[in-house]
Design a binder for this molecule. Structure first.
Ligand SMILES: Nc1nc2c([nH]c(=O)n2[C@H]2C[C@H](O)[C@@H](COP(=O)(O)OP(=O)(O)OP(=O)(O)O)O2)c(=O)[nH]1
Length: 175
């Protein structure tokens, strides 16, 4: 695909996207992706940053667009950079615990509550199992992933690290 950053793009050139992991007691909200990157997978709601938007603004907007709720307290839990054959990005990950509204299906997403202690990782991106338990548990992380033919070939996750919200396109603490 023309114009889509593939596995040779420099980290600093990657587009940015967001994910929200909302924890409500012993359950957490995922979506069944109806279109776009990762179609068919279960993922946290989120999407690509628009021009001039901060990751926090993006994640609030995307959750509202995808499942019709307002998350009140998105907190930065980490970030990962990943390269795949047809799409690469830096993804900012937020955890939230408070929201208003009732999750509702949209053209992009069907909302699905799952137990925090029984997340269906088999239906998610292969590398989500390496960092999502840390996020659901209130921790922080940063990750670097390389996929080839939909398989993870390089997986590196640091836990318990402080990842700044703005300007962290490297996801490594480097600016
Ligand atoms: N859980 C998980 N999500 C990922 C990974 N890689 C990755 O890009 N995503 C997410 C981040 C974004 O939320 C989403 C890509 O954006 P999107 O296609 O949903 O973009 P969008 O909502 O702006 O939609 P569109 O208008 O471009 O269709 O995929 C990954 O490895 N794991």
């Amino acid at each position: 695909m023309t114009g889509v950053p593939g596995p040779t793009a420099a980290r600093e050139q990657l587009p940015e996207a967001t994910l929200c992991h909302l924890v409500d007691g012993d359950r957490t909200l995922l979506i069944r992706k109806q279109r776009g990157v990762g179609q068919g997978n279960l993922v946290g709601p989120g999407g690509k940053l628009e021009a001039g938007e901060t990751p926090r603004e993006c994640v609030v907007r995307e959750v509202r667009e995808e499942v019709g709720i307002d998350v009140a307290d998105p907190e930065r839990a980490g970030a990962f950079a990943y390269w795949a054959d047809d799409w690469s990005a830096v993804v900012h990950v937020f955890r939230a615990t408070a929201y208003e509204g009732t999750p509702t299906a949209s053209a992009e997403a069907d909302p699905v509550w799952v137990p925090v202690d029984d997340v269906p990782f088999d239906e998610m991106w292969a590398t989500d199992r390496t960092w999502l338990p840390t996020v659901l548990d209130g921790g922080t992380f940063r990750g670097t992933f390389v996929f080839h033919a939909d398989e993870p070939r390089y997986v590196d996750v640091d836990r318990g690290v402080n990842v700044p919200e703005r300007g962290d396109v490297s996801a490594t603490g480097r600016r």
